[in-house]
Design a binder for this molecule. Structure first.
Ligand SMILES: [Zn+2]
Length: 99
């Protein structure tokens, strides 16, 4: 039997008795390439970044360009996460106004 722990509340999740929600997040930096003289500099920057990605020492830079993360959530945290996956301010999510 494998025990997981919720990455949000740290509660233990029994892999047999409890539902476990796996959240996979893929973040990729991107830019819409436009073949024009004006955007030439930007294209060069991205190309340079991508080339430097191949350098294993550029871990920090790599995370800015591409991240693939996975989290285990218990049912309670899954419900909370589902409501607000981008961690928006509660006021924005609920539509409250200060006025
Ligand atoms: Zn939890």
């Amino acid at each position: 039997m494998i025990h997981y722990s919720c990455d949000r509340c740290q509660r233990r999740i029994d892999s047999v008795e409890d539902i476990r929600y796996i959240v996979r997040i893929e973040i990729q930096a991107t830019i819409d390439s436009v073949e024009s003289a004006e955007d030439g500099d930007h294209l060069m920057e991205i190309e340079e970044i991508l080339e430097r990605l191949e350098d294993a020492d550029c871990q920090e830079l790599s995370e800015d360009v591409y991240q693939n993360r996975q989290f285990d959530l218990c049912p309670g945290c899954y419900l909370e996460y589902k409501k607000n996956p981008l961690s928006l301010d509660a006021q924005l999510v609920l539509g409250f106004s200060d006025n």
